[in-house]
Design a protein around this ligand. Structure first.
Ligand code: SF4
Length: 358
């Protein structure tokens, strides 16, 4: 139980089954979890956050492996940045969204400039994310009046753009919206479990800077939907869709940041002052398929995340070079174009959609 196997991004995910003996001893129902075919409703976030380090049936990276990973990333970044002529001032920020856009289609990175456009799926996801955060802290919260309505005050405060979007829908659209939100949020209490004794924190920011050699100035950052756990630290990503390699990649980006943060802290404390840090594990809570999928931060997965960072930096430098020389930003159209916020002004994307529709 607890941890499934996931191969580095770019390869087919390996289906893994998990030894169950220790899980059974820990009071969990013996089962096996596969990231490809998660078993719906068989594990709650609280089950995972409440486990002991020995329940995690995989080998967390050793200090030597983390030191090697840190060197790999630092050196890769230094090489890329060194060759970047005319670099703009300010830190180069790498969020999961930026990495995803850069690797999907370089021109999609430009959508950051037009961010803020709300759509049905994004609005539903925002409400689900907020519902999970509220439930993590107040497990008795119920969406008795309808989840959207029950959360309206918090939404107005934190995400007013959702209310504006819903107000602009016609009556049938609003009905569809509230129905979808209710359908997705209804199983949330069971999938989360009771986290009150497990130190839940919502929207925790994580960041890792690379300052050496000066002026490397690269910042890996992110905001984890939910963290919890007393003996282990679980990083939870809440999604309204289904489990996919993309969700796993996003979680592993957080895993990379936190694992290297912990490593640096232990290094700074030195061998004489033992610095204890909790083992970290990822957890995808996907409401579209009612699954709670544990994601191990093995050294292989963290290496894959570091490689994605380097690939994204390389692409961002290419974009910057093209923009500086007034050249078109490269595009790599694909099935995702249909949902790209740039579609209406991207001829490559429009061509892709047209071909698919023919
Ligand atoms: S529409 Fe497609 S090709 Fe154009 S920017 Fe978006 S993802 Fe890239």
């Amino acid at each position: 139980m607890i941890v499934s196997h996931w191969s580095p991004s770019g390869e087919s995910p390996a289906e893994g089954t998990i030894p169950t003996e220790r899980a059974a001893k820990a009071g969990f129902e013996p089962t096996a979890v596969s990231v490809l075919r998660p078993i719906p409703g068989r594990l709650s976030v609280a089950d995972l956050a409440g486990c002991r380090p020995t329940d995690l049936d995989y080998d967390p990276p050793s200090e030597i492996e983390l030191a090697e990973l840190s060197r790999f990333l630092n050196l890769g970044l230094a090489n890329l940045i060194e060759a970047w002529d005319d670099r703009p001032s300010g830190p180069l920020r790498l969020t999961k969204g930026r990495i995803r856009s850069a690797r999907t289609c370089p021109a999609q990175v430009l959508t950051e400039l037009t961010r803020g456009a709300m759509n049905f799926q994004l609005a539903v996801g925002t409400v689900c994310d907020l519902a999970a955060g509220v439930l993590a802290v107040h497990p008795r919260f119920s969406g008795a009046d309808g989840w959207y309505r029950s959360l309206s005050a918090a939404l107005d405060q934190e995400h007013p753009e959702v209310g504006e979007f819903v107000d602009n829908l016609d009556e049938m659209g609003r009905e569809d919206f509230t129905h979808k939100v209710d359908e997705l949020c209804l199983p949330l209490p069971d999938l989360l479990g009771d986290l009150t004794a497990l130190q839940p924190v919502t929207h925790q920011r994580v960041a890792l800077s690379f300052d050496q050699p000066d002026p490397l100035d690269v910042l890996l950052s992110g905001e984890v939907d939910l963290t919890a756990g007393t003996d282990v630290q679980v990083l939870v990503e809440v999604k309204s869709g289904s489990i996919s390699p993309r969700v796993i990649d996003e979680l592993t980006h957080y895993g990379l940041i936190v694992a290297l943060q912990h490593h640096r802290r232990r290094q700074a404390a030195g061998p004489d002052r033992q610095q204890r840090t909790k083992p970290v594990v990822g957890c995808a809570l996907t409401l579209g398929d009612l699954a709670v999928t544990p994601v191990p931060f093995t050294i292989e997965n963290l290496h894959a995340a570091a490689t994605r960072v380097l690939e994204a930096v390389d692409i961002l430098i290419t974009i910057d070079g093209a923009a500086t020389q007034d050249l078109p930003i490269p595009t790599t159209p694909g099935p995702y174009c249909r949902w790209c916020p740039r579609l209406d002004r991207c001829s490559a994307g429009l061509g892709q959609v047209e071909t698919e529709d023919d």
